[in-house]
Design a protein around this ligand. Structure first.
Ligand code: NAP
Ligand code: MG
Length: 398
């Protein structure tokens, strides 16, 4: 068979521990036999990040700006234990945080839906993709404990020194107070990423805040989304047959529970934090969750939502058998290959991505899966495969 050719490289960001092991197997068994794989390789494994003083992470993000599409393996975010385990020069920052700061994107997380792994919410038939705004609000808030009676005010001092004040509260006893902010620029790029991704995936976009109570703060989010939609996306949405739907956050929550799924739910920072864990656990498993960072300029970085599966890696190092689920990592590759194909007009590459996803889903639906899924499947007598066996079973179908 002649291998599928690629015209532009993908940015490949290798990672750590068990996912690094899966990464290699996926490339060898599922990609390289069929594709003349062109990647610009960056080793984001912790050892190499340490050797390069984390420059490699920055370089990989800059390469993503150049080539527009990246695929990333899970990586260790160092903590005190990792400092000594890897003898680190510094407690390097989370690579995802560094990359996101450079690309200024929004992260979209979507479950991979297969028959036999049923969501807890029985009417959910299609994935619900959560888009979380990753800047500001309570995550960059400042807080005070108010010890006793007194007045708390918000004070804005303009550059020319003029001040505007707003009373928060006249305390007559102890209490608490919090100040938070956001930036129009950040909300605008969040909105653009959401609208673009909705168009890209041909799904409706839902957005919700509490604008009836928060008449300036939340209302600004609502207004910015509406303005950008009207100016830049209304016609494109109509042509694609999709809808932008704004509602109040409590109404959105109620509707989500009763829906069939199949849309993108854009959330403010705190709502996204809370709702993404609820939605992902209700869909079944973190190992079946994909994640893509979409920048407002149209750069894409695909990865699995889970971490490096450290516990399995230590078993692997001891020579014990592991049964680690590679689905989300495979889908990170297919997402990136499909996007690469789309940008390059490479139909063969896009069709390959579809076939690999189908082979993966068919394998599970035929009852062949890793242990994490075997524990929750409704399929009777599933065959539990080890990490490598599962990838080989997919390869056979492919
Ligand atoms: P984790 O790697 O997501 O794993 C937590 C547990 O979830 C595992 O021990 C395993 O449960 C289960 N699990 C996750 N993915 C699985 C898979 N593919 N197949 C089977 N089971 C799976 O989280 P962690 O152990 O808290 O973090 C490990 C490292 O990952 C940390 O250093 C952290 O910094 C990093 N991390 C990276 C990213 C990223 O790069 N995007 C995200 C999160 C965490 P059982 O042990 O019960 O089988
Ligand atoms: Mg959370």
């Amino acid at each position: 068979m002649e291998k599928i050719k690629m015209t532009t490289p993908l940015v490949e960001m290798d990672g750590d521990e068990m996912t690094r092991i899966l990464w290699k197997m996926i490339k060898e068994d599922l990609l390289e036999p069929y594709i003349d794989l062109k990647t610009e390789y960056y080793d984001l494994g912790l050892e190499h990040r340490n050797e390069t003083n984390d420059q490699v992470t920055i370089d990989s993000a800059m390469a993503t700006k150049k080539y527009k599409v990246a695929v990333k393996c899970a990586t260790i975010t160092p903590n005190a234990a990792r400092m000594s385990e890897y003898n680190l020069k510094e407690m390097w920052k989370s690579p995802n945080g560094t990359i996101r700061a450079i690309l200024d994107g929004t992260v979209f997380r979507a479950p991979i839906v297969v028959k036999g792994i049923e969501p807890c919410v029985k009417n959910w038939k299609k994935p619900i993709t959560i888009a979380r705004h990753a800047y500001g609000d309570v995550y960059k808030g400042s807080e005070m404990k108010i010890p006793g009676p007194g007045k708390v005010e918000l004070v804005y001092t303009a550059e020319d020194g003029t001040q505007t004040k707003e009373l928060v509260h006249e305390f007559d006893g102890p209490g608490i107070v919090q100040g938070m902010h956001n930036l129009n620029k950040s909300i605008e790029s969040f909105a653009r990423s959401c609208f673009s991704y909705a168009l890209d995936t041909k799904q409706d976009l839902w957005f919700a805040t509490k604008d009836t109570i928060s008449k300036k703060y939340d209302h600004t989010f609502k207004d910015i989304f509406q303005e950008i939609y009207d100016k830049e996306f209304d016609e494109k949405f109509k042509a694609a047959g999709i809808e932008y739907f704004y509602t109040l956050i409590d109404d959105a929550v109620a509707r989500v529970m009763k829906s069939e799924g199949g849309y993108i739910w854009a959330c403010k920072n705190y709502d996204g934090d809370v709702m993404s864990d609820m939605v992902s656990s209700a869909f079944g498993s973190l190992a079946m969750m994909t994640s893509v960072l979409v920048s407002p300029e149209g750069y894409y970085e695909y990865e699995a939502a889970h971490g490096t599966v450290q516990r399995h890696y230590y078993k692997h190092l001891k020579g014990e058998e592991t049964s680690t689920n590679s689905v989300a990592t495979i889908f990170a590759w297919t997402g990136a290959l499909r996007k690469r194909g789309e940008l390059d007009g490479n139909k063969e590459l896009m069709e390959f991505a579809d076939r690999l996803e189908k082979a993966t889903i068919d394998t599970i639906e035929a009852g062949e899966m890793t242990k994490d899924l075997a524990l929750i499947t409704t399929i009777e007598n599933p065959t539990v495969l080890n990490s490598e066996g599962f990838i080989k079973a997919i390869a056979k179908r492919l």
